[in-house]
Design a protein around this ligand. Sequence first.
Ligand SMILES: Nc1ncnc2c1ncn2[C@@H]1O[C@H](COP(=O)(O)OP(=O)(O)OP(=O)(O)O)[C@@H](O)[C@H]1O
Ligand SMILES: [Mg+2]
Length: 242
Amino acid sequence: MRKAASRHLSVSGVSSGYDRADVLKQVSLDVRPGEVTCILGANGAGKSTLIRTILGLNRVRSGTIRFGTTNLDGLPPHRIVALGIGVVPEGNRVLPRMTVAENLEVGGLLDPDPGKVAERMEAMFAVFPRLRERRTQLAGTLSGGERSMLSIARGLMTDPELVVFDEPSLGLSPLFVSEVFGIVRRLKETGLTILLVEQNVRQTLDVADHGYVLSQGSVVASGETRALREDAELHKAYFGVH
Ligand SMILES: Nc1ncnc2c1ncn2[C@@H]1O[C@H](COP(=O)(O)OP(=O)(O)OP(=O)(O)O)[C@@H](O)[C@H]1O
Ligand SMILES: [Mg+2]
């Protein structure tokens, strides 16, 4: 069993991008252990770029990212995952020509303790019974909702202390959206630290403890989700809700 989460993820003054111009501009945020922290923002605001930068897929151009006492700058993605950060990437990506079980095995390859893969897979099947039923089915033939569960389970195969979700409910029907939020809630109860990127504002603010709003690569609002929920100006300006 994993120890209780104890490490803070702290992003401080981080800029990064793809070509010459910075997409993220001096972004600072704190993901506290055992909490759900959410990032809200419109399409193109820089949410996935932020996640890519935390995971070492985009270089930090200025500022620092720390997980506990470890500075993540310059570490390759597999080292960052090995430190205890899991990821459920944008688009619920799975390996379509591999079975459900094989997808989970691949997810476990980066586990610093590969002997635990079978045990972890069992734990995932306990959380997602539907995946157990379909363990020999090719992932490419799963329904959209099942695929999102597989993608979440795969991200958890390394038994991370912190998991980063990039829009896990995107493209799902309302019933499955609620199911994904239910999963996030249950994972939070197990003590996992969660960084949740979503566009589903209301349900995200309901499950998260703290939130940040990104707009054009900058943090334009942040705070306890209770306060963000009641901020009518914020809703008008950034979420298109009146
Ligand atoms: N590989 C890339 N090369 C160049 N520019 C990119 C690349 N990926 C993203 N961008 C640009 O960076 C900006 C932020 O994109 P990003 O994917 O981080 O947004 P997002 O907030 O995740 O949006 P969405 O909600 O649509 O997923 C956009 O202007 C986008 O065009
Ligand atoms: Mg994105």
